[in-house]
Design a binder for this molecule. Structure first.
Ligand SMILES: C[S@@+](CC[C@H](N)C(=O)[O-])C[C@H]1O[C@@H](n2cnc3c(N)ncnc32)[C@H](O)[C@@H]1O
Length: 473
């Protein structure tokens, strides 16, 4: 009787007990939902990053999510799922109204919605409905009728800045980037997703791999692809916000994570690491700090490379002065530019998930042509796990030697891993690209003349940003 319910209950109780035990052992409290976030939480010392805690969080979230889907009335689940876009839209409204910044000074006592709305010249009754809906989703707390305060989640929307008359223009610049994610999600992402079904069912473009035949073009009525659009004056605001949002996303998975994704000590002294599409080179800079004897080439579009030069000058001038970092403006669809040596490692973090198979194979083939016999290719991108058992995952992802995900949870841990699957759909709707299964990676890696030899998991997640290590085939 009710065996699934019992199993899910036991998984929740067991994993929460394990988390409490770590809190007791380490003397660390678990952050409370009703208190604003402490950014120290996102450092390796944060309780959620303790390996025992992160594993147990995954089981607890997967089990709790599966329990809700099991016990809640199915028509209610269907309807709340169909209306789920109410959440990002509401987050976008409060982000645009700077509610988290307004509530910062009010502290735990909160502020009446009339005082929040007055600072935005919007209808307080409508804003109250949005805030109450969010508080019901555990974003903000309604501390008394119509009085709202920040909590753990809503405080993430606080850029930490003072509101100025030109705040909309400067709000996200140099901010932690989390409010920018909310703004991006409520704007071009939701526009592209809304238009995507019409694109998918259009026989002319439904099978396209082109970047400029996606939901984004249909929604914004443009012909440019996302990157070209971001370079136009009309796209400037969204572009700046997107860049800040991306750095916000990477703060949650710090650049240092790359240090355990590969055996950097095995690279010969003075070896060369090429950070392909490296943006400001923030990932390779972390490697350089830990392995100062290595040389680096940061490659990106010329306009971005200027930013990389500034970033290294501000953060690791000694490497620049020693001539151990080269900044190369280039296009990864062309042959590799002349490099100071045969590369030991080509590092591509979150690059090929931006490109459909056709383009990813081009990028990887160009790297293959510039590789020496000992060059390694290191891809860091999420691996989408099947929602069922799969032979290829047992062998290639080493799942066979790992503890089995306990029944009745999905083998991919369902609700605990939704983020990677959501990013996959967003990428599909905006760029005709996406995350890949291990079989999907293998296909493009082999088509470009490489061979996958190892997958190293990111200890913080079973799916998010592992390292795929490849050698010339
Ligand atoms: C998602 S970002 C990844 C940045 C960095 N690797 C990281 O992990 O944070 C993708 C990068 O690819 C660069 N890029 C896009 N098209 C490119 C091209 N044709 N040639 C070189 N770089 C390109 C972008 O400018 C951007 O910096």
């Amino acid at each position: 009787m009710a065996s699934d319910l019992k199993a899910l209950r036991d998984l929740i109780v067991g994993s929460i007990d394990n988390i409490i035990a770590v809190c007791e052992e380490t003397g660390k409290d678990f952050p409370k939902l009703n208190e604003p976030v402490q950014f120290s939480e996102f450092t390796p010392d944060g309780i959620r990053n303790h390996p025992k805690v992160s594993d147990n969080i995954a089981v607890a979230v997967a089990a709790a999510f599966q329990l809700i889907q099991t016990i809640q009335s199915p028509p209610v689940t269907l309807t709340t799922s169909a209306f789920r876009h109410t959440l990002p839209i509401s987050l976008g409204i409060v982000e645009r109204a700077n509610v988290a910044e307004i509530l910062r000074k009010a502290g735990s006592q909160g502020l009446h919605v009339k005082d929040i709305a007055a600072q935005n010249n919007i209808d307080p009754k409508k804003l109250a409905r949005v805030l109450r809906f969010l508080a019901t989703n555990h974003w903000f707390t309604e501390v008394a009728p119509d009085v709202f305060a920040n909590n753990l989640l809503s405080s993430l929307l606080d850029t930490g800045k003072e509101i100025t008359p030109d705040f909309r223009e400067i709000k996200h610049k140099d901010s932690p980037g989390l409010a920018a994610i909310a703004g991006y999600g409520a704007d071009e992402v939701i526009c592209a997703l809304t238009a995507w079904p019409d694109v998918l069912f259009d026989p002319k473009v439904g099978f396209s791999e082109e970047l400029n035949e996606t939901g984004l073009q249909k929604a914004l009525n443009i012909n440019n692809n996302q990157w070209e659009y971001y370079d136009t004056p009309e796209g400037r605001y969204r572009s700046d916000r997107f860049n800040v949002a991306m750095s916000g996303a990477s703060k949650l998975h710090p650049p240092q994570a790359v240090l355990i994704g590969f055996d950097w000590a095995s690279v010969p002294k003075n070896g060369l690491v090429v950070d392909v599409g490296g943006s400001r080179g923030h990932v390779s800079l972390e490697i350089a700090k830990a392995f100062p004897e290595l040389n680096f080439a940061v490659e990106d579009r010329p306009i971005v490379i200027e930013e990389a030069k500034k970033y290294w000058a501000e953060n690791l001038q000694s490497h620049v002065d020693a001539g151990k970092v080269h900044f190369i403006g280039c296009d990864f669809f062309e042959s590799q530019p002349k490099l100071p040596a045969i590369p030991d490692v080509f590092l591509l973090r979150t690059i090929i998930h931006d490109w459909s198979d056709k383009y990813s194979v081009k990028i990887l083939s160009n790297l293959r042509s510039a590789a020496g016999p000992n060059t390694k290719l290191l891809l860091i991108d999420s691996i989408i796990n099947y929602a069922c058992e799969a032979e290829s995952e047992s062998s290639l992802l080493g799942k066979a030697s790992e503890p089995k995900v306990p029944a009745p949870l999905l083998p991919n841990l369902g609700g605990a891993n939704l983020l990677a699957y959501e990013v996959d759909i967003v990428l599909g709707s905006c760029l005709n690209s996406g995350e890949r299964t291990i079989d999907g990676y293998k296909a493009i890696i082999e088509a470009a003349g490489w061979k996958l030899v190892e997958v190293r998991k990111n200890p913080a997640s079973k799916i998010w940003w592992p390292a795929l290590i490849c050698v010339p085939a």
